[in-house]
Design a protein around this ligand. Sequence first.
Ligand SMILES: C[S@@+](CC[C@H](N)C(=O)[O-])C[C@H]1O[C@@H](n2cnc3c(N)ncnc32)[C@H](O)[C@@H]1O
Length: 349
Amino acid sequence: MSEEPFDAAAAYRWSLSAEDRARLPYYDGLVNALSKAEIGRTLLEEARPEQRNPMLVLAALHYGALCADPVLAPLYDAIDELAPEEFASRVVSRLEERPDLVRRQLHRVTQTNEPGRSAVLAAVLGELKARGVDDIHLIDIGTSMGLNLYPDHYRVNVQDPSDPSVLVMHDLNGNVRSGALPIVHQRIGIDLNPLDPEQPDDVRWLEACLWPEEPHRNARFRSILEQMKQWPPATRLKGPAVELIDEAVSSCSSNATPVIFHSWVAAYFTLAEQREFRGRVMRHAAAGAIWIYFEHPSSVPGLDPPPSVTAPPRKGGSQIVVSEAGAEPASWGWAHPHGRWIALTAPPD
Ligand SMILES: C[S@@+](CC[C@H](N)C(=O)[O-])C[C@H]1O[C@@H](n2cnc3c(N)ncnc32)[C@H](O)[C@@H]1O
């Protein structure tokens, strides 16, 4: 962990990538305003060290709007009716009056559950199926609300404007197979705080974690929640991944291969947890499990990510890593952190 004192203003300034700043002028304006406002910096400093993420403050403000705060709700409902700077200045003024709007949410975690990552997972599973993996149990580490436990139920890149839950992923080098996926038998999600799609407040928190300038993600989330009611049930285990991974694998029946998957989760582990997690997973891999992860390599040094022969084709890509049948993890390419594009480079047989 860094020994540097926490710099809240810098954390805000770095919280959005250049691409997101250009795409999201209202959130760009808001992080700028929060970085300059004492209340913005103070609230971020009050968060638990591992959650001092500006996204937590942004989600808490958005949550206030979704809970019908009389000032925030109209601002967020008609976000593009004001100039971005005016929107930001009114939100910060409200925060100065009512810092409890954010303070009461600081116990939470930014748990954004991005179903676009299922398109990346499905691409890897399709490749594994082509190599003879027919039946699996899926264990999703850091599952949040479990939206990535159903890679076999999403429709990817189909032309259906009536269905907002379709996942759109650009296949940059044309390596994604269009064939079948392995059959998923058991689905197990592990999370420090699993969210329940039947609980309105859990649903509202996940909506708050989405960005108000991307209403299509909200429409997709709502549509998926409806469809999930028809999908097979999943088991959710609550607690730290390092403590529950063995239990999850041993609860799998022997009729299929356990697949241990995680996306944008191990970055939240301490270095020691990352190392211990890797050791445990590799013991399961030696016994036949498959390990698939999708994280930014610089955030997971304790997983010892493999070198990649190809550089990410676009800035900010996450590395796709796969370990099959006890073999050392190998780099299978890169994907956009939310699954908007993939460059799959599965190693040759
Ligand atoms: C950024 S979200 C990603 C959620 C999901 N994997 C996805 O890709 O959409 C990170 C999730 O990891 C969970 N998490 C963080 N540290 C964890 C740990 N040590 N053990 C289990 N879950 C953890 C958080 O509660 C949160 O739901």
